[in-house]
Design a protein around this ligand. Structure first.
Ligand code: F6P
Length: 366
């Protein structure tokens, strides 16, 4: 008897823990007699490609992968099936909706259900496919932790750990040279990575998108560290932070099919703003970038990702489609995809975490 098939896809930016989810789905499915798991390379691109780039994920394929960063089935941030990039005869590019083609391809492969592991953008695609009759389940991933339906996305804690270790290293060089150092971390419109890192590593200044900054307040805080002549200061800035009267430091991507704006580089802008505002400290900048996303996930993320994978497959067994797995109040549960994509999870400026940071003297530049 042929087995029923689940297609697993990983979409959007990679994130530590993706492989742990894939492994958990496959392991849980192998406890049944009648299901098998397939992977499509680079999200749905693999299944839409000619010839199809899909792979049977069995126990051998996933052995030991939970410790590895990245995703064994690769990923992409370009080309949603709803806005597929198509080149015109004159060389220009337009987009077209290819979801019907995708659904036909899945039918021809005998796919009964899809487990889509991805962030906000991927889950919007999941919802669109669900509305067209596809039996899809979402699994939230992103280092940014900006999905409101879940208390944590896997990968976030690993990113915080990496950023904290980077900051610890920068502190020792800042102290030796009496410098002010700026560490820029990722997070898009959410300041979670910056805030957690600032508390864990011990920063004087933490700039997040949720609290626009006044450059003069930051200069005051830095200068206060040099009162006796010598001093040093640690500044963490989220890539999406902005001045009270400024805008986010972002540029439009020229990559075909890449719809997000590209953030990154505010550390250098901030450094110049500090100089212009009269900051007397020597300043150095570090942009941590994709190091935050690469490499092995910490234990917390492996465990969370594994729970998400088991839950997602059990939701397939129970026919709970159109939903996304979540972690809420220490329980693994689920919400509708619609609810999952309805709101971003940004830092609550009245939260105890912000109060904690202020309580230990961290300035938000406000
Ligand atoms: O969403 C995850 C993230 O790492 C953001 O923090 C960052 O702005 C973005 O992805 C970078 O995207 P890319 O890898 O496409 O440059």
């Amino acid at each position: 008897m042929s087995k029923k098939r689940v297609l697993v896809v990983t979409g959007g930016g990679d994130c530590p823990g993706l492989n742990a989810v894939i492994r958990a789905v496959v392991k849980r499915a192998s406890q049944t007699q009648d299901w098998e798991i397939w992977g499509s390379y680079e999200a749905y691109h693999g299944i839409m490609h000619d010839p199809m780039e899909v792979v049977l994920l069995d126990g051998k394929a996933v052995a030991g992968i939970h410790v590895r960063g990245g995703t064994i089935i690769r990923t992409t941030s370009k080309g949603s099936p709803m806005a597929w990039a198509v080149q015109q005869k004159d060389g220009s590019w337009t987009t077209e909706d290819r979801t019907d083609f995708l659904l036909e391809r899945m039918k021809s492969l005998g796919i009964e259900a899809v487990i889509s592991i991805g962030g906000d953008g991927s889950q919007r695609i999941s919802q669109a496919l669900f509305e067209k009759g596809c039996q899809v389940i979402g699994v939230p991933k992103t280092i940014d932790n900006d999905l409101s339906a879940t208390d944590f996305t896997f990968g976030f804690q690993t990113a915080v750990q990496i950023a904290t270790e980077a900051m610890d290293r920068l502190v020792s060089t800042a102290e030796s040279h009496h410098r002010a150092i700026i560490l820029e971390v990722m997070g898009r419109s959410a300041g979670w990575i910056a805030l957690h890192t600032a508390i864990a590593a011990g920063a004087e200044v933490c700039l997040i998108p949720e609290i626009p900054y006044d450059i003069n307040r930051i200069v005051e805080r830095i200068e206060s560290r040099y009162k006796g002549g010598r001093g040093f200061a640690n500044i963490i800035v989220a890539e999406g932070a902005k001045a009270k009267d400024g805008t986010i430091f972002a540029k439009k991507s020229t990559e075909i099919g890449y719809e997000n704006v590209r953030l990154g580089g505010i550390a250098y802008q901030l450094s110049q703003q500090l100089k212009d505002a009269g900051c007397s400290a020597d300043i150095r900048e570090t942009v941590l970038g994709h190091i935050q996303r690469g490499g092995t996930p910490i234990a917390f993320d492996r465990i969370l990702a594994t729970q998400f994978g088991v839950k997602a497959f059990e939701m397939v067994l129970n026919g709970e489609f159109g939903k996304m797995v979540t972690y809420k109040n220490h329980s693994i549960t689920s919400v509708s995809l619609k609810e999952a994509i309805s709101e971003y999870n940004v830092v609550d400026t009245n939260s105890f975490l912000i109060q904690t940071a202020r309580g230990i003297g961290i300035s938000f530049g406000d």
